[in-house]
Design a protein around this ligand. Structure first.
Ligand SMILES: NC(=O)c1ccc[n+]([C@@H]2O[C@H](COP(=O)([O-])OP(=O)(O)OC[C@H]3O[C@@H](n4cnc5c(N)ncnc54)[C@H](O)[C@@H]3O)[C@@H](O)[C@H]2O)c1
Length: 324
């Protein structure tokens, strides 16, 4: 079978992560890359046989592709995704789906008009320790979940193109850019919360954080997301307590005192210079999407409606938050 032909848009921090992961995807090939920083793109691509563009419209006009992988700054996702869907391509798009719920509705409408796949790369859903937690929650093997605490701690991202991440109007700040990973995981497993409250320290002095409480009946789920000026190493952790036991992710994954082993990614993720964990979720999500494209299947693991809801949830949390 022919390889799935991929056009990648944005080969910065996350685009680089996707680009190099395609090396391990046997049934796909990145044939074109589009990035406004042509020299940087060419340098990253090296000797590979990949056509480089600086304008998405031109790439869409000139290339015969099967799918587009969008890794541009978040403020560009909505219009780029719609343009690619209108051209009849399958689209894999980095999270967040869009900057706000209004834009998510526009993308949703475009996705509903085609029979192609549109999937947001909510990588946490593909990360082994989180898939494990989902299994323990849904199987009920430790009884009912009574409490879940999730943490995503990072220093302020400083690597981005024209510093777009520190511009809240372009990234949505720590809520829409970082904590959305945990909001998306929680809602994909437990559905919409009954009640929400939050404390938001808005961006100031190069720091921003959000502490969110999501109530499901008498269950409390807390999510902490931080961008600190202090140079703290990135970490993503959780503690899930059930009626009859617990699961904890810190440096390792532990269930009731016993370490649970899971496959780690190649070392590459740690060397990309951006705040991501060294987990195999990136390869897993890309491989899943490519397999669906290659075999004419729907990407049901992350639906457009579900990703749009995660953006809506981030918007609601910001609106409800007590600002300090
Ligand atoms: N899943 C994760 O764990 C994770 C981690 C980091 C970032 N992200 C997401 O990935 C996306 C990209 O983030 P990043 O860290 O790679 O940012 P980045 O600034 O490092 O990279 C963005 C790239 O897009 C290029 N670009 C800008 N405008 C463009 C345009 N009009 N056409 C083509 N290319 C353009 C820039 O030159 C840059 O190379 C964001 O949506 C971000 O939220 C996801």
């Amino acid at each position: 079978m022919d390889k799935v032909r991929v056009g990648l848009v944005g080969i910065g921090g996350m685009g680089g992560c996707h680009f190099f992961n395609y090396d391990s995807v046997e049934n796909a090939q990145v044939v074109a890359v589009c990035d406004v920083r042509e020299d940087m793109a060419k340098e990253k691509i090296g000797e590979r046989d990949v056509k480089v563009y600086t304008d998405l419209k031109k790439m869409l006009r000139c290339e015969k592709l099967d799918m587009i992988d969008i890794c541009t700054p978040s403020y560009l996702h909505a219009d780029m995704a719609i343009a690619c869907l209108k051209k009849g391509y399958h689209v894999l798009c980095e999270k967040p789906m869009t900057l706000n719920a209004k834009d998510a509705k526009r993308v949703l409408a475009a996705a509903e008009k085609t029979n192609k796949n549109f999937m947001v790369a909510h990588v946490v859903r593909f990360m082994a320790p989180y898939m494990y937690l989902k299994d323990v929650i849904t199987s009920g093997e430790l009884g009912k979940l009574i409490r879940l605490d999730m943490k995503r701690i990072s220093s302020m991202p400083l690597w981005s193109f024209e510093d777009w991440m520190r511009d809240v109007s372009k990234s949505g700040g720590v809520v829409t850019d970082l904590s959305i990973h945990d909001f998306d995981f929680v809602q994909s497993v437990l559905g919409a919360p009954d009640k929400i409250s939050a404390i938001h320290k808005e961006m100031k002095d190069n720091s921003e954080y959000i502490l969110t409480n999501m109530f499901y009946g008498d269950k409390l789920i807390t999510c902490e997301g931080t961008w600190y000026n202090a140079n703290i190493p990135f970490s993503a952790k959780y503690l899930a307590v059930f009626e009859n036991g617990y699961v904890e992710l810190s440096d390792k994954l532990v269930k009731n005192g016993e370490e649970v082993s899971f496959a780690k990614a190649s070392a590459d993720a740690a060397d990309l210079g951006i705040n991501i964990g060294n987990d195999n979720g990136y390869l897993a999500e890309i491989q899943y999407f490519v397999n669906c494209v290659a075999n004419g299947l729907k990407t049901d693991l992350v639906t457009p409606t579900s990703s749009a809801y995660s953006v809506e949830l981030a918007d609601t949390i910001k609106k409800k938050a007590q600002i300090i």
